[in-house]
Design a protein around this ligand. Structure first.
Ligand SMILES: [Zn+2]
Ligand SMILES: [Zn+2]
Length: 643
């Protein structure tokens, strides 16, 4: 998954931050008595090499390789991701799957922006009346947005950088900033005042950095310095991994120390400014004696990434997709939850070597490539009655398509690329099953998307008595992972997930912590569901669930609102990359290129925020949402109404 923070999920199932998985107890261990030879093999490699392959062998083999240090965390910007793709394709071939990608290969290619690096032109120098200083990148300032640079100009201070005529507030009133560099405080006025005009204790759209940058640009500024809020004692967790986006002017954030030094050169005492910032008494002022030079140079790197697609044909031209993303965070350059972890290998054993290994071992199992484990070999307490290994397609049975997705951690890029340029026609996909993080179950498996087909709940209920796992359903597709791209195309989805834990997106997400037994329990369940899904003449009827969650995906829109958004946009706000024809978004006049920074008067920091705001209590009731939208040289309010 690609949460950047532990935002609470709403809905039926709250995926909680899990505890350390309990150690395997004796009872659990005995249930998996059939796995004992595997464990023995683990301690004696030569014996393992001779043993016949079982599903458990396959799972461990793939988990171990994909989460090894050799693959350096499978970062999308690193060559090791290609090594992982080649490995998966090689096993698809060994399992007898047919190539399902481009030009009769296993690979479905797409281009993605995999990195944004700061160029040598990134710099900040400040000339105060008494000193000329070259500031240090990282400790004194961090770049937020790129734009034509370097720019050199004198400074002007514009409060919080907010112009909100609708509430009679303007930090730029009486201040001419044309051709100047502007300094503004982060956050917003009255933020500790319940019921304030600025969304009360919540943050308003005017607190977003994207808004402040755009507003400065609209006023003619050539650069922007963001200074730490002087009175903030409840620091909002600003993204630690802000990626530099182009926004027309270079924007940097200053350290607190430099913020103070800068303002001391102005006409108002810093302490008075800080006091004034608590309410709305801040007055803007010019600082002609302060000269600033800013450069923010962003170098974008694009790369061809590969989804790996293998097909087990059926006897009917229809398919069930089993998917898992195989990319992870590499050395943590992007999206690591803690900046101090950058440079360490993020092995991503649970996220998502576990799901990829699971998908591969299902391919082995269902293609008949792994040892057939008949009912006689199964411990009776183990629950699920297993079929024989190979899925032998009966008359009119759909086939299976196994897909390992790349680019998921960058925002579902691989699955989005697949649905926008499918190598299997989307109309022929009966359902999609996604495995993302199945290795840390505490005895529960979360299943998202149960409400996306009328049949799913009944099937799963029917399996409850046969699995040792507790099934925790959510009707909506829930968490942001590759199944969302398919749900957005009105394909029924099921998402299997064993829960969040403290190692999520940390270098400590290691294979030693994977509970293989429970992962195999989950795979048994997935296999049973898959066998059900491929039954001939099995109707699977798509149901629209939480339409707003489709906003989380990439090249697909929300069927209700019709907003198509950019998943890899890293700055505050949501970048609109498309608007569906005759949708409410179209009717509201939203356009490609718009940046949504507010909804219902509250700040929209990312797509999760927007989805939360757009969630409707009842799909039948028409609701309207005022959006604060940044467009070119305009900031406007757009009314988005459902139905
Ligand atoms: Zn994941
Ligand atoms: Zn992830």
């Amino acid at each position: 998954m690609f949460y950047t923070s532990f935002e609470p999920l709403s809905g039926e199932a709250k995926f909680k931050l899990g505890e350390e998985p309990p150690r395997v107890n004796a009872k659990h261990f005995l249930r998996h008595a059939r796995l004992l030879p595997v464990l023995a093999g683990f301690f004696c490699l030569s014996a393992a090499a001779l043993a016949p392959a079982s599903e458990a062998d396959e799972f461990k083999r793939h988990l171990w390789f994909l989460s090894s240090d050799e693959l350096k965390g499978r970062g999308n910007d690193q060559p090791e991701i290609d090594q992982a793709a080649d490995y998966i394709a090689d096993w698809f071939r060994r399992y007898g799957l047919a190539p399902g990608g481009d030009n009769a290969t296993y690979f479905h290619e797409f281009e993605a922006r995999t990195a944004v690096e700061l160029g040598p032109g990134t710099s900040l120098s400040i000339g105060l009346p008494d000193v000329q200083a070259q500031l240090n990148l990282g400790s004194d300032f961090i770049p937020l947005f790129s734009g034509p640079s370097p720019v050199s100009a004198s400074l002007a201070f514009a409060g919080f950088g907010v112009s909100a005529p609708e509430i009679g507030y303007d930090d730029y009133a009486g201040l001419d900033v044309k051709g100047k560099i502007v300094a503004v405080f982060q956050h917003e006025p009255e933020e500790q005042i319940a019921g304030s005009r600025f969304a009360g204790l919540a943050y308003s759209p005017w607190s977003t950095l994207t808004y402040k940058a755009m507003n400065a640009r609209i006023h003619g500024a050539v650069g922007l310095l963001v200074l730490p809020d002087p009175h903030c004692d409840r620091e909002r967790t600003w993204k630690q991994d802000v990626q530099v986006e182009a926004l027309g002017i270079p924007v940097v954030k200053l350290s607190e120390e430099w913020g103070r030094r800068l303002l001391r050169a102005g006409p108002v005492k810093y302490a008075d400014l800080a006091r004034a910032a608590k309410n709305v008494a801040l007055q803007p002022f010019d600082m002609p004696a302060v000269k600033v030079s800013i450069g923010v140079e962003a170098i974008e790197r694009y790369r061809v990434l590969r989804n790996v697609v293998g097909v087990l044909p059926g006897t009917r031209d229809e398919y069930v997709v089993i998917g898992a993303h195989y990319d992870h965070l590499g050395l943590g350059e992007r999206k690591a939850l803690a900046p101090e972890n950058v440079g360490q290998i993020h092995n991503g054993a649970d996220d998502n070597a576990s799901g990829t290994a699971g998908m591969l071992s299902l391919a082995a199992q269902l293609s008949g490539s792994s040892e057939v484990v008949g009912p006689a070999a199964v411990d009776s307490s183990r629950g699920l009655v297993r079929n024989t290994g190979r899925l032998t397609p009966a008359n009119q049975e759909p086939g299976l398509v196994f897909i390992a997705f790349a680019g998921e951690e960058l925002g579902l890029l691989g699955s989005s690329a697949f649905v926008s340029r499918p190598s299997i026609p989307l109309g022929k996909i009966r359902a999609m099953v996604n495995l993302d993080m199945i290795g840390r179950s505490d005895g529960t498996v979360y299943i998202g998307g149960v409400g996306t087909a009328t049949e799913f709940r009944e099937w799963l209920d029917g399996l409850k008595g046969q699995t040792p796992l507790t099934l925790n359903y959510a009707d909506t597709p829930q968490a942001p992972s590759d199944h969302l791209a398919f749900a957005g195309e009105k394909i029924p989805v099921l998402f299997f997930f064993s829960g969040l834990h403290p190692d999520y997106h940390q270098p400590s997400d290691d294979r030693e912590k994977i509970d293989q037994f429970r992962a195999l329990d989950i795979l048994d369940l997935v296999e049973a569901v898959t066998r059900r899904l491929v039954q001939p003449h099995q109707p699977v009827h798509f149901v629209e669930t939480d339409s707003s969650s489709a906003l989380l995906g990439a090249s697909f829109g929300s069927p209700v609102f019709g907003v198509v958004s950019e998943p890899s946009w890293e700055a505050d706000g949501v970048l609109v990359t498309g608007v569906k024809a005759s949708s409410p978004a179209f009717a509201a006049g939203l356009r490609r290129g718009d940046i949504i920074v507010g909804c219902d008067g509250e700040a929209v920091m990312d797509r999760l925020d927007l989805v939360e705001q757009l969630k409707q209590p009842d799909a039948g009731i028409a609701t309207s949402h005022p959006l604060l939208v940044l467009r070119g040289e305009e900031i406007l309010t757009v009314m988005l109404s459902a139905n």
